[in-house]
Design a protein. Structure first.
Length: 313
């Protein structure tokens, strides 16, 4: 069933004007397209990975099962997780860290110009390398990528910031296959308030408890103490979408195949998405301040606050 409210906008190299920055009007249009639930697709990635870096990534992952999970790079601490530090030798780990550091910085540099209206009002969140074949992955229900969902990070609540993700298919010959569903404003009304209660502001006790948890460091150990009512609802919605077999079977969706060497970006807190096939991809996540939005009324927080009639962060 076609999803008429989802559009894939192809951005071709000649439209990027790489010798000069985009005009303010063009950059603002690109921001608005993203914020209102569209996917920006680059048939040829604007953030190419050096050949020697690709050779290392593809060679290591094809021959070395020690790199068996999604590998996360944390720019704030310059750390890698998702590998077995007991068996990965220091040289390989440092090489991997250097590659991911370069990729993260390259994406941030490109988006600084491409999405200039944001004025870098974002937090550079994790980058990841995804070497595992997506089709048929054996994962717990809430961690499955092949079920339509909107993103909510259980251990890294956004507190209303938008989740912008930039992807790159680094497989030399295979597409990366996605499903896209109807936008957040449609999906949320299917689940709330009927199956999920609308979020409500924290009461006095909850507010005091969270302040105490932040002051004592407990919030670092128990992420639930860091979640706002908005974050808690988004986490529940993410889980409810994956748990609902009828929703997964009957909801409107479109299929897209992202070509080898291409990139795309999307606000994954707004656009329901699923990854159904593909291997070898890079990704960078940014948490963008709501105050930077050019279409703030489209943000999930704005939609939920309008439905609830209350502030949720």
């Amino acid at each position: 069933m076609p999803v008429h409210s989802i559009f894939l906008h192809s951005i071709f190299p000649d439209a990027l004007n790489q010798d000069q920055p985009p005009t303010p009007e063009q950059a603002r249009t690109w921001c608005a397209w993203l914020e209102t639930g569209n996917v920006l697709y680059f048939p040829q990635t604007p953030v190419p990975v050096p050949g020697e870096d690709l050779d290392f990534l593809l060679g290591q992952f094809q021959t070395d099962n020690r790199f068996h999970k999604n590998i996360a790079y944390k720019p704030a601490s310059d750390q890698i997780s998702g590998t077995d530090a007991r068996t990965v030798n220091g040289a390989a780990m440092e090489h991997l860290r250097a590659i991911m550091r370069r990729y993260s910085a390259s994406v941030a540099g490109f988006l600084t110009t491409f999405l200039a209206p944001y004025g870098q009002r974002w937090q550079l969140d994790y980058a990841s390398c995804r070497p595992v074949e997506e089709a048929g992955r054996d994962m717990p229900l809430h961690r499955r990528n092949d079920l339509l969902h909107t993103d909510a990070f259980p251990t890294r609540p956004t507190r209303g910031r938008r989740i912008l993700r930039f992807f790159h298919n680094i497989h030399p010959s295979r597409t990366r296959d996605w499903m896209l569903g109807e936008p957040f404003s449609c999906v949320v009304r299917e689940f709330a308030p009927g199956r999920l209660p609308l979020p409500q502001p924290d009461g006095t006790t909850a507010r005091l408890g969270k302040r105490l948890a932040e002051a004592t460091g407990l919030a670092r150990l128990a992420p639930r103490w860091k979640r706002t009512p908005y974050d808690e609802f988004m986490r529940r919605l993410h889980n409810a979408m994956k748990e609902d077999e009828q929703f997964q079977c009957r909801c409107a969706r479109e299929y897209f195949q992202f070509a080898p060497g291409s990139s795309w970006m999307v606000y994954t807190d707004t656009v329901p998405h699923a990854v159904v096939a593909g291997q070898f991809a890079l990704e960078q996540t940014l948490l963008v301040d709501l105050a930077a939005m050019v279409a703030p009324e489209s943000a999930p927080l704005a939609v939920l606050e309008k439905m609830s009639g209350a502030r949720l962060t």
